[in-house]
Design a protein around this ligand. Structure first.
Ligand SMILES: [Zn+2]
Ligand SMILES: [Zn+2]
Length: 101
């Protein structure tokens, strides 16, 4: 009875529901250049030196933000994600715009 729905709570609920349905690309941005991917953006699972140091790649092409960085071909969890715009590397989790406190 004491619970009141604040605008913040509604926002959180909304974003949780969205997460289950589809990726909200407006909330994903390159930490380096602020570029935002969309549903048709594609990354390639390819051999990589710094910073990932991943070899024996499977060369699957997919949208890495729909799997939170996990390759659907070989199940490699990519820690780093390259930007299709500035070609810089940033940690996958850093791409998600965080809510202000
Ligand atoms: Zn792969
Ligand atoms: Zn970028």
């Amino acid at each position: 009875m004491a619970y009141r729905k604040t605008p913040e709570a509604e926002e959180i609920l909304k974003s949780l529901q969205k997460d289950e349905e589809e990726t909200d690309f407006e909330r994903i941005r390159c930490p380096l250049c602020n570029w935002s991917p969309n549903a048709s953006s594609r990354w390639m699972c390819a051999d990589c030196d710094a910073p990932e140091y991943f070899y024996n790649a499977c060369y699957t092409s997919w949208n890495t933000f729909e799997t939170r960085g996990k390759c659907p071909g070989c199940a490699h969890q990519w820690i780093w994600t390259s930007c299709l715009s500035c070609h810089g590397w940033a940690r996958h989790e850093d791409w998600y715009v965080k809510d202000k406190d």
